[in-house]
Write a protein that binds this ligand. Structure first.
Ligand SMILES: [Mn+2]
Length: 433
């Protein structure tokens, strides 16, 4: 298969980035003949970046999309022809090969692409004049293919059209470093699908751009299943555990492998982030076991490491309210109402009075922008297992089972999970009376 990209979802969180990293390490051990590259399809928040930097690993690179590109099909030539060479040096190439285009160099610089059309046209012209070829020209004297070029990043379909419309047999390809290769019409016979493994998500709308053109070769996830139809049988491991990193850890065990200490710490990081240091009600026994084994492998104290990790998460006062709300915002449709629920993790709720007005204003802005009826933001103190809920103005507010501590602000002791604890109350609140 060659190269396989492993990606988490858009708006990457720690579970998504860490599980991609850990699974790439495992697959590299399992299948050394192919190259597994962990990537992320979105930008990292400052706090996630600072947590990843502490891990002393190569942070998965940002990959904008997986659309097929010119760079995926371009050719390199084994033949080295110079512009000043006589045409007979090209004839030597045709003794062993029949390329429709050959890159030509001058000194060490790329000069242009010589195509068979150039050779045929020149030969026919000579023959039509004297019925024989009297002089052997230099390669550069017969080349007509100058100026046109194509970008390595150009989309496959676009490039195919460009080449067809150019009437040329081939075009040189350039990337940011200069000449990179060349393409001929034959390069565009088959679409080069990129191989992708999805971790921590399986829905295409949450995935990397261009996923519909890719070859999905695996899914490792702990969310509801709404996966894309695939052409081939693929490996899927989906379990309702607290984090995808736990599932990745179990894949190590299943394959009789042990993660190295650095990778164990990466997996632990994603695991305690998604399970809020094993306190979220989404936490299962499997997560608890995995967390303790991983902590002993990388020699950290689970609780201390978790607290130090969450202490790196910026306070809401320091963040831009709209960005903070949208960094983890999910929408639902219930009883004909469009509802948005955001969640932010903090380490104290004591300073909520300092930012609640700014966040309430930003929440209303998000509600209007997304055409929602009701938007709420759950601010979760992961240390004290306590949340606060900010709501936009809506008649359902008074039907929530929480104590109002301020206008449209509710107190939620022991509530940690949006999915398991808050969502059922929201659904109940908008239900028929
Ligand atoms: Mn996750």
């Amino acid at each position: 298969m060659g190269t396989i990209y492993i990606t988490g979802h858009k708006n990457p969180d720690l579970d998504s980035v860490c599980s991609a990293y850990g699974y790439a390490k495992l697959m590299t051990l399992q299948d050394p003949d192919n190259t597994y590259i962990p990537v992320r399809c979105g930008h990292l928040s400052d706090s996630i970046r600072s947590i990843l930097e502490q891990l002393d690993i190569d942070i998965p690179i940002y990959l904008r999309d997986v659309y097929p590109k010119v760079g995926d099909v371009m050719l390199q030539s084994e033949h080295r022809i110079n512009a000043a060479d006589p045409l007979t040096s090209v004839a030597a190439v045709y003794g062993e090969d029949t390329p429709s285009a050959i890159p030509v160099y001058e000194d060490d610089e790329f000069y242009g692409l010589l195509t068979v059309d150039d050779i045929t046209n020149w030969t026919m012209r000579e023959l039509s004049r004297d019925n024989k070829i009297t002089t052997i020209p230099k390669v550069r004297e017969i080349m007509t293919n100058h100026g046109d070029a194509i970008d390595a990043d150009e989309l496959f379909d676009e490039a195919k059209k460009m080449l067809q419309n150019s009437g040329k047999r081939g075009l040189p390809v350039y990337d940011e470093k200069g000449y990179a290769g060349y393409v001929t019409r034959r390069c565009f016979l088959n679409i080069p699908r990129k191989n992708v493994i999805l971790v921590d998500h399986n829905e295409s709308r949450q995935s990397i751009r261009g996923i519909e053109t890719a070859n999905i070769v695996g899914i490792i996830d702990h969310h509801r299943l709404d996966a894309i139809k695939t052409e081939q049988p693929i490996f899927i491991c989906a379990e309702p555990l607290g984090s995808t990193c736990t599932i990745v850890y179990q894949q190590y065990i299943r394959n009789n492998r042990t993660p190295d200490p650095a990778t164990a710490k990466v997996l632990l990081t994603g695991l305690i982030s998604d399970t809020l240091i094993l306190k979220s009600p989404t936490t299962t026994g499997d997560d608890v076991v995995a967390a303790h084994v991983l902590a002993s492998m990388c020699k950290v104290n689970l609780e201390e490491y978790g607290l130090s990790m969450f202490s790196r998460v910026e306070g809401l006062k320091e963040r831009d309210p709209e960005t903070a709300i949208l960094s983890d915002f999910k929408t639902y449709t219930e009883n004909g109402l469009r509802i948005g629920i955001g969640q932010c993790e903090v380490t104290t709720l004591k300073d909520i009075a300092d930012y609640k007005n700014d966040y309430a204003a930003a929440l209303e802005k998000v509600r209007v922008a997304q055409g929602l009826n009701w938007a709420v933001l759950m601010v979760t103190d992961v240390i004290h297992e306590h949340s606060a809920l900010l709501c936009t103005e809506h008649r359902s507010n008074r039907r929530l089972p929480y104590e109002a501590v301020d206008k449209n602000v509710y107190d939620m002791p022991h509530v940690m999970s949006r999915k398991k604890q808050l969502l059922p109350e929201i659904i109940h609140a908008v239900g028929d009376v």
